[in-house]
Design a protein around this ligand. Sequence first.
Ligand SMILES: [Cu+2]
Length: 359
Amino acid sequence: MQFLKGIRSSWVLATLLYTSILTSAHPQHGQKPIVRKEWRTLSKHDKASYIKAVKCILAKPALTPAFNNTGVISRYDDLVYTHIQQTFDIHYTGHFLAWHRYYVATYERMLRDECGYKGAQPYWDWTLDTPADKWASSPVFDPVTGFGGNGAFVAGDPSNPFEVPGRTGGGCVQDGPFAGIADFVHLGPMNSVTYNPQCLKRDFSPYFAGRYLAKNQTQLTLAAPDFGWFDKIVEGGPSFEASGIHGGGHYGVGGTYGQIGDLYVSPADPIFYLHHANLDRVWWSWQKLNLKTRLTDISGPIILMDYDNLKGGNVTLEFPLSLGVSAANVTVGDVMNIAGCGKNGALCYEYDKVYKLQA
Ligand SMILES: [Cu+2]
C-alpha cells in the first residue's frame, strides 16, 4: 500500500461491500436540455428554490431497504450510501468522471421529479473565489443566499499525518440553512453506514483552495491531450501535494474534519453537488475542444490506481455504472454526451458557459 501513502486515513482503511440493489426507471427527460448556471448568477428566488428542494430531498424517506440500525434515513442518504458503498470502485479509475457525472445528474433529477424544483443543478466556478484571501467570502458560503460558511475552529492533532495544510475550522457550520441541526448527517465517518447523527462540519483551507483551484490549474487540466491524462490531472495523485482540482474543492471546503473532505461520506455536504457539477463542466469544456473525438475518448483503470493495468484492464464505453436504488444502470457510453437527450445517451442538460483554453 506504499503508493497510498499520504492519502488521508479514511481513504485507506476501508473495505467495501458490493450490494447492488434494485434500479428504478430510466431517467425521463424532455427533449430540450436544461441549462446549468453558476451559483452566483442565480436570482435570489432561484437560489431559495434550490435550497428548498435540497431540504425536501433531505426530508423524504429513503428507498434503500432498511438494515440493522440503518443510517440511510432519507432520499438524500440513498445517494450518500451509494457513494460510500462504491468508494473504492469510483475514484482513481477511468470511470471516475463518468460515474460522478451520472451521480450529479441523478441528484438533479431527484430534485426536479421528487421535489418540484424547476431549475437545473447549479455549478460552482471556484476559480472566481481564488486567490486564498477571497475564498471564505464566496457567495456559495453566504449565510442567507448560500450554503453557510466554515465550521467553528477546533484545534488539530499534530500527530495526524493527514492534517490538511492551512485548515481553519473543523467544527459544526455556524450559519446558513444547515446550521444548528445535530443530526444533519446520518452516515460515516468513512465507510460506516449505521446511524450516527452528526452536525454538518466544514474545515476551510483557503490556502489549499487558492493553490489547487486557481485559473491556471483549470487551464493546466484543459490542456491535457487525451482523456487518460485529463482524468489523472483532475484527480491528482495520492498525496496533498499532488492534488488536482478535484481534491482542491474537497479539501478547500472540508479540510481534515469536514464531511466533504472524507472520501466516502463527502456527498453529505450539499456543496458536493455544486463542486462536482463544476468538475463535470471542466470535463465537458475539455470534450468540447474536440467534441468529435472526445465524445468517445475514455480510458483509465477499472481497478483503483491500476494505471499500469497490473490487476485489470481499462474502462471502455461498455463499462457499467450503477447508482443503487436511485437510477437505472447505464454504461459509460450513455453519459459521454451531456445533451444526448435520449437519442444519444441518458443525459439531457447543458452549461450556460464553458471554460476556454487560453492560448
Ligand atoms: Cu466521489
